[in-house]
Design a protein around this ligand. Structure first.
Ligand code: C2E
Ligand code: CA
Ligand code: CA
Ligand code: CA
Length: 274
């Protein structure tokens, strides 16, 4: 059953309560209401492709798009996040394995991991199982974690991250600067790169303080031996600033909107040779 109800403003929202929402996510997967789009990332200087971030999309049966900012937090309230998380991981890894077979090398896929997924004692087994099933090499998978997730991390979750890192999966700290920022977190977690949140990137050209933060985060990342990716890059000016600050990679509408699998082929065909 389409377990939806009308909210005060008339929009349809699936029930988040209890196991009802997990059931709703299971239905959505079966009916192919859920899909992934992939947003390219590129080298700031050469514009060479460096990977894709997988982003979830949910189209309700009446055509309404439910944004991930809405359904991911709803899923996180219960068990649904584990269904959604596993489906996302499996779908993204299968897509990345297809890209490899099509000769698109150097295109790892980044998957967002919810803080709640770190509490799952079966996480490492599930991730390694997905890699084995899809045939994707571990180095072609990146997991994006938020600061808040890592700040509140239990010892078991840290063990899980070390295990994933040891298996060759790459870990990235997402939305850097927006969470419960703790520089100590950077020393505790085995991440290989930081993503600078788009709020700083987008304010950078107009606002000296935002520019100083972006510049300092790039310097901090490099001093710690980490890579750094700027998200939400929309203009050529922003790219010029990132070049001046020696940021490594960028992601945003300037390069490309998130793409469907078909859109990726067009995007790659339309790019000039390296
Ligand atoms: P995020 O991880 O920070 O992802 C980046 C968001 O910025 C995406 O929004 C992307 O579409 C958007 N974006 C990319 N380039 C630009 C740009 O140039 N300008 C602007 N204004 N926005 C840009 P989206 O797809 O709506 O996702 C929102 C958030 O939902 C993500 O933020 C992530 O936290 C979460 N999310 C999405 N898919 C998943 C998922 O499969 N699992 C989990 N756990 N979270 C997800
Ligand atoms: Ca992300
Ligand atoms: Ca962000
Ligand atoms: Ca995020």
């Amino acid at each position: 059953m389409a377990n939806t109800h009308a909210t005060a403003n008339g929009s349809k929202t699936p029930e988040a309560s209890g196991s009802g929402f997990a059931e709703r996510v299971r239905d959505a997967i079966e009916r192919r209401e859920l899909s992934l789009v992939y947003q390219p990332q590129a080298d700031v200087f050469t514009n060479r492709l460096t990977g894709f971030e997988a982003l979830s999309r949910w189209r309700l049966s009446d055509g309404t798009m439910l944004p991930p900012d809405v359904f991911v937090p709803m899923a996180e309230q219960g068990e649904a996040i584990h269904l959604l998380g596993e489906w996302t991981l499996r779908t993204a890894c299968a897509a990345a394995a297809d890209w490899l077979r099509a000769g698109i090398t150097d295109a790892p896929v980044s998957v967002n991991l919810s803080a709640r997924q770190l509490d799952d004692p079966g996480l490492v087994r599930k991730v390694l199982g997905v890699l084995a099933d899809t045939g994707l090499p571990a180095a072609n998978l990146k997991l994006e974690l938020t600061e808040t997730a890592l700040f509140s991390q239990a010892a078991e979750a840290r063990e899980a991250l070390l295990h994933l890192r040891g298996a060759g999966i790459r870990l990235v700290l997402d939305d850097f600067g927006t969470g419960w920022s703790s520089l100590a977190t950077l020393r505790r977690v085995p991440v290989e790169a930081l993503k600078i949140d788009k709020q700083f990137v987008q304010a950078m050209v107009e606002d000296r303080d935002a520019a100083a933060i972006v510049q300092a985060v790039v310097a901090l990342a490099h001093a710690l031996g980490l890579g750094v990716v700027a998200e939400g890059v929309e203009t050529p000016e922003q790219r010029t600033y990132l070049q001046a600050y020696r940021c490594d990679a960028l992601q945003g509408y300037w390069l490309s909107r998130p793409l469907t699998t078909d859109g990726i082929a067009d995007f790659l065909a339309g790019r000039p040779p390296l």
